[in-house]
Design a protein. Structure first.
Length: 170
C-alpha cells in the first residue's frame, strides 16, 4: 500500500485492489491514506474476502499486475497460479520457490521489506504497457508448458518409479 500510495499520483488511471481478509490495522492505515490523499479513494480498494469464484476470476481477468509482498505465498497456494492463468505480470517477494513463480521476463522479485526495489519494479511494470502485454503471452504459455495437472502427475509417477515406490502394475 505504501508503494502504491507513492506511485498513484503518477498513475491516476491505475487501481489497487486488496483482496482478502485485512487486519484492523490495515483498515486504519487505508483510512489514513484516504485522509492524506483523497484521490486514493478512487484508486485503492479493500474488497475483503471474495468467496464467489466468478467474482474473484473477474478481478484476475481485469488485472495487469499481481503483487504478493508477503514472507510466504499469500491467500492460498492458488493465487499465483490464478494470476498466471490470467496472464498477469507478477511481482513477488522472495517467497519459497519464487524462481518458479513466473516465466522469465514476465515478472520480478524483491527481497522482503525492500520497498525501494518493490517501488522500482512496480513503476517499471506500470509504465510499460508492452511489458504487461508480453507477460500475458509468456505467463499463459508458462502455465501450459510447466503447470499442467497431467504433466505434474506424469512427473510424480516417473519420480515414484525411479525411487522404486511404484511398479508398472498399478
Amino acid at each position: 500500500m505504501k508503494t502504491f500510495a507513492q506511485l498513484a499520483p503518477s498513475f491516476p488511471t491505475w487501481r489497487l485492489a486488496l483482496i482478502g481478509t485485512c487486519e484492523p490495522a490495515i483498515q486504519v492505515l487505508v483510512e489514513r491514506y484516504y485522509q492524506l490523499n483523497p484521490q486514493l479513494k478512487k484508486q485503492l480498494l479493500l474488497t475483503g474476502p471474495i468467496i464467489d469464484k466468478k467474482l474473484l476470476e473477474s478481478y484476475y481477468a481485469k488485472a495487469k499486475i499481481f503483487v504478493t509482498a508477503s514472507y510466504r505465498e499469500g491467500g492460498s497456494p492458488n493465487v499465483a497460479a490464478e494470476a498466471l492463468r490470467n496472464g498477469c505480470y507478477l511481482v513477488t517477494s522472495k517467497i519459497d520457490a519464487w524462481q518458479d513463480t513466473f516465466a522469465p521476463e514476465a515478472g520480478a522479485s524483491f527481497d522482503h521489506g525492500n520497498l525501494v526495489t518493490l517501488t522500482a519494479e512496480l513503476r517499471r511494470a506500470m509504465s510499460d504497457s508492452k511489458l504487461c502485454q508480453q507477460a500475458f503471452t509468456l505467463n499463459r504459455a508458462y502455465v501450459q508448458a510447466e503447470l499442467s495437472y497431467e504433466q505434474q502427475v506424469s512427473r510424480l509417477e516417473t519420480l515414484l518409479k525411479v525411487r522404486g515406490k511404484l511398479n508398472d502394475n498399478y
